[in-house]
Ligand binder design. Structure first.
Ligand SMILES: [Zn+2]
Length: 253
């Protein structure tokens, strides 16, 4: 039973037994894993605050071939996002990030790009607050990395380039169609939203933020990306509604 050492991001935790915690975490090399942190809910636990949502940690754990769960031996904080969670709306944004990642990644599938995307997103929420632009970037890239996002540049049916036109989508697939190829029941997606999507997928988050895309278009493309994710994970994202309510209510952008 060798002890493994790795960098990880804590995705979600659940109370287990008397004082333990079940932890879903993203190991930078090994992918998403689940493990037990014994005594993590007891006062003066050696895990301290290292098991908070999206905490970036160094982790040591034992893997047992016959068991699905690893045994978490030790953790050390590299970067905490507890400070971000002083703000309720930011907490919801981080929950959405962890909920999505936990749901989309298969167990033990290497996901270094997703690992970097989470850190980028959480740090951006720290600087910019629970911005829809940041979340749209995260959701679009998560869908792209999962291989669930079709082209945003051309019609999936006839190949026509979308220049200055809206596209159409059905509720269950990410493939977009032009106005000639659309089926009558397809919903439109505005050219402004598509252009935010293209910008997000072709450049850096920093560049996207600098462009400060219009709120309505950002909201539309974020909603599209979340629909795609929900369709593939075959369930509704619990934090989505809370985040969207916040985004429509008291968050500027
Ligand atoms: Zn077409």
């Amino acid at each position: 039973m060798p002890l493994k050492e790795s960098e990880a991001i804590v995705l979600r935790t659940y109370p287990l037994g008397e004082g333990d915690r079940l932890v879903s975490f993203l190991d930078r090399q090994a992918g998403r894993l689940r493990g037990v942190a014994r005594g993590a809910r007891l006062p003066k636990s050696r895990f301290g605050s290292t098991l908070e949502v999206l905490a970036y940690i160094r982790i040591w754990y034992f893997e047992r071939e016959t068991r699905e769960l690893v045994r978490i031996n030790q953790t050390e904080l590299i970067e905490s996002f507890l400070d971000v969670q002083r703000d309720y709306a930011a907490t919801v944004a981080l929950s959405l990030v962890s909920e999505i990642t936990d749901a989309v990644l298969g167990e033990r599938e290497a996901a270094d790009a997703q690992f970097r995307l989470i850190l980028l997103t959480a740090r951006a929420v720290r600087v910019h607050g629970p911005s829809q632009v940041v979340l749209a970037y995260f959701a679009l890239w998560t869908a792209r990395l999962s291989g669930w996002l079709g082209s945003m540049d051309r019609c999936s049916r006839c190949g026509r380039l979308f220049q200055v036109e809206s596209a159409f989508r059905s509720s269950d697939v990410a493939e977009l169609a032009c106005s000639d190829c659309r089926d009558p029941w397809m919903k439109s997606i505005s050219k402004e939203a598509l252009s935010v999507g293209r910008l997000a997928l072709s450049g850096t988050l920093e560049k996207l933020l600098k462009e400060s895309p219009a709120q309505a278009a950002t909201k539309e493309i974020l909603s599209f990306a979340l629909d795609v994710l929900e369709h593939h994970i075959e369930k509704m994202l619990i934090s989505r509604k809370t985040f969207e309510m916040g985004a429509n209510g008291f968050i500027e952008n």
